[in-house]
Ligand binder design. Structure first.
Ligand code: HMG
Ligand code: MG
Length: 298
């Protein structure tokens, strides 16, 4: 049965922008987050405290995070790959972070220059410090339905990594189809296997729409009981270290589908559409949200 309420984790300011070639002014990123904060979203991933050499677009993470108007009741997680990232995030007052690794060794090497186990070892001190500091930690597992370098990814590897992150104290594990390669039955089977080891309430799904399968995959996962969905306004995004990765599923399209299913999100779809169209003007690019396109007068 479908959940009655879904929490959307808006990843546009982070996943959506990290792969943009032209550097976007910090003021634009701040304005995006502040606009998103007025839509009813409860989780907005704001930026990444990763190496600026690896992700130049988010080198302004501290400026952006310090500049946003943080509203009560909204979580603003930020990505951190290691303790250095955690220190930088804490300096500007972040109270939720996200650690990230993968189910595929080949992808993880390219993305964070470490084996899966070595990356998890780096998270241990981050999670210990977070627990002591009262900071909540989200965990990501990438390449859960396939890897651009390794190809097939055994479900057992996804289960192992997700379970490890959960045992280490991540309150929620987001399962990422980094290159948008999955299809519904496969997505559902993967989620089912992970949910045998990690409570479904602690799982989220994160689909890129590379092959147009994201909404179908989300629906299959909702039927399996997941109630947290990652998406990016205007359908921006992709990981620069995953060949062939394109945009995240558009938040507007997810909210539209959920509303149609009678599932509440607490989000004002019109405000979300406005925000996505505003962003596409800033990026000088057509929105990838079909719902936003349909809403616009010619
Ligand atoms: P490395 O080169 O192996 O690390 O990178 P290092 O420890 O040798 O450090 C190299 C340099 O980076 C040093 O500076 C460090 O101080 C600095 P130097 O001495 O050369 O001047 N450094 C940092 N600077 C700022 N903040 C930090 C930091 N850490 C080190 N936190 C590292 C390893 C993990 C740092 C690097 O590989 C990295 O930053 N990778 C990030 C890649 C990334 O952000 N990818 C996209 C996000 S993941 C994603 O999109 C998938 C997801 O959406 C889910 C899905 O779709 O599947 C989440
Ligand atoms: Mg992603």
């Amino acid at each position: 049965t479908l959940p009655s309420h879904v929490r959307i984790v808006e990843v546009g300011p982070r996943d959506g922008l990290q792969n943009e070639k032209t550097i976007i002014p910090a003021a634009t990123k701040i304005a995006l987050i502040d606009r998103l904060s007025r839509t009813g979203l409860r989780s907005i991933e704001a930026t990444s405290f990763v190496s600026p050499k690896w992700i130049p677009q988010l080198a302004d993470a501290a400026e952006v995070f310090a500049g946003i108007d943080r509203r009560p009741g909204i979580r603003y997680p930020v990505l951190v790959p290691n303790e250095k990232g955690y220190d930088r995030a804490r300096e500007v007052g972040a109270d939720e972070v996200a650690v990230f690794t993968a189910a595929s060794e080949a992808f993880n090497q390219r993305n964070i220059n470490a084996s899966i186990d070595a990356s998890i070892e780096r998270f241990v001190p981050v999670l210990e410090r977070a627990a002591a500091d009262g900071v909540q930690v989200r965990g990501y597992v990438s390449t859960v339905l396939g890897c651009p370098y390794q190809g097939e990814v055994p479900v057992a590897d996804v289960v192992r990594v997700a379970r490890r992150l959960y045992e280490l104290g991540c309150y929620e594990i987001s399962l990422g189809d980094t290159i948008g390669i999955g299809t519904p039955a496969k997505a559902r089977a993967m989620l089912h296997a992970v949910a045998a080891e990690v409570p479904i309430e602690a799982l989220a799904v994160h689909f890129h729409d590379t092959r147009g399968q994201a909404l179908a995959n989300i629906l299959a996962c909702l039927e399996e009981g997941v109630a947290v969905v990652d998406s990016a306004v205007s359908g921006t995004g992709g990981c620069p270290y995953a060949n062939g990765a394109t945009g995240n599923v558009a938040s507007e399209d997810v909210v539209y589908m959920l509303e149609g299913l009678g599932i509440t999100t607490g989000i004002d779809l019109d405000l979300l559409i406005d925000t996505g169209l505003w962003l596409s003007r800033q990026l000088q690019r057509e929105t990838s949200s079909k719902v936003a396109r349909a809403s616009r007068p010619d």
